[in-house]
Design a protein around this ligand. Sequence first.
Ligand SMILES: Nc1nc2c(c(=O)[nH]1)N[C@@H](CN(C=O)c1ccc(C(=O)N[C@@H](CCC(=O)O)C(=O)O)cc1)CN2
Length: 297
Amino acid sequence: MLMRNVPGKLIDGRAFAAGISTEIAQEVSTLRARHHCVPGLAVILVGDDPASDIYVRSKVRKTTAVGMRSFPHRLPATTSQGVLLDLIAMLNADDDVHGILLQLPLPARIDAKTVLDAIDPAKDVDGFHIVNAGKLSVGRDDGFIPCTPLGCLMLLKAERGDLSGLHAVVIGCSNIVGRPMAQLLLRERCTVVVTHINTRDVAAETRRADIVIVAAGHPGLVRGSWIKPGATVIDVGINRIHDDTGSHIVGDVAFSEVHAVAGALTPVPGGVGPMTIACLLHNTLRAAQAVIENAKT
Ligand SMILES: Nc1nc2c(c(=O)[nH]1)N[C@@H](CN(C=O)c1ccc(C(=O)N[C@@H](CCC(=O)O)C(=O)O)cc1)CN2
């Protein structure tokens, strides 16, 4: 493995996200003062998954911290798809609600596609509705972009500036991260390779990359020997592991090995995770601003 003389920079997602939230708070206060509009975000949690519960609490806290209204809806795991669709219809019709987020994963009985597509695309601040996914896939910039890939892109641009011509490898092809990430990088004019479970030699693909985004859900998957010296590595993995010292969150890269070779790396925790919620607030602000703009025409 080729090591650099100095370990790569650690990209501070927490500080970056705090900066975005400060800017959003200022814009929210302008909207309140000039347009008497307070952006509102409804968050729906079905069931009692402990990790989802933590993320939803954090979303509610950060939404109110920037001066937005939060409308949390906690439903039991036994909730039927029909009841969930009724709630979404009610939120679609509520003018105080500018953004709607359905926390994933959903209980297996509920068909995620059906309920996500029931959200009004203009309120789909998660960017998972088929209309928003379609807009991104044809390179249109008037839809909502899923929060985690948007956060990754913001960190990448802050680190590397213009991304055009860079070789990017995205490890994992989920609808939440891998696929939209690949579309965003394509839009930035990167050369993009997406690897998945059937890719023959992920290590060889990754060694060519100036930018590596890993969202595979496998702790320690990406080794130092996979990384081109100086590459920028964005670790999206959030894996809870238990060892002698207790329980920890780790990413998808073998941290010390990759840190020694990469030019820059996002840590876990404190890298991409905080950007996800900051971008949710960014999208909710955009949704409220669009309502005001549309009312003028
Ligand atoms: N509807 C959605 N569901 C889910 C999404 C999503 O974007 N939309 N993403 C993930 C979970 N998620 C937000 O919902 C999320 C994950 C992680 C973090 C975060 O800040 N992580 C911290 C560590 C937190 C910890 O200690 O547990 C970090 O990385 O520093 C925020 C949001 C799945 N579901």
